[in-house]
Design a binder for this molecule. Structure first.
Ligand SMILES: [Zn+2]
Length: 140
């Protein structure tokens, strides 16, 4: 699997699916597309559990934000922010915040290096259903 060139960006996604979605299901969707593995580096499930995807320690490139895959780490927080009934849980916000803060610290990056999918890369998307400033307010 291809390696990251560097990491200077953390890209945040929502799964655009119900809160009951698991990381294992998302992996199945991505395998069904013919990908080698789940596209994200981490998935935060509804109970706040962070499930590892592509191995960041091994510097594996994700398939999550076209245009910046070579240089970003991708976190998918399960849920669908377009629907109030599927918005992120408190537990997800707490553990995603921890994951992102630890990543920034480890990589020596400033909070402006966290972006929502729609503000990173070349894909036209609403993901994660929230502006990057609002996302930073929530998760940093
Ligand atoms: Zn996305």
């Amino acid at each position: 699997m291809a390696k990251l060139e560097r990491i200077d960006l953390i890209v945040v996604h929502h799964s655009a699916s119900p809160l009951t979605t698991t990381a294992a299901e998302i992996r199945e969707w991505h395998l069904a597309k013919g990908w080698d593995d789940i596209g994200y580096h981490a998935v935060c499930e509804a109970d706040g559990k962070i499930v590892e995807g592509r191995d960041l320690q091994d510097f594996l490139m994700g398939a999550q934000a076209q245009g910046v895959n070579q240089r970003s780490a991708g976190l998918c927080i399960v849920g669908d922010l377009r629907k109030p009934s599927s918005s992120w849980t408190g537990a997800q916000i707490v553990s995603s915040r921890e994951w992102i803060r630890a990543g920034l610290l480890f990589l020596g990056m400033t909070p402006d290096r966290v972006k929502g999918h729609r503000d990173a890369g070349t894909t036209r998307t609403e993901c994660p259903g929230m502006s990057t400033p609002a996302l930073r307010q929530l998760l940093l």
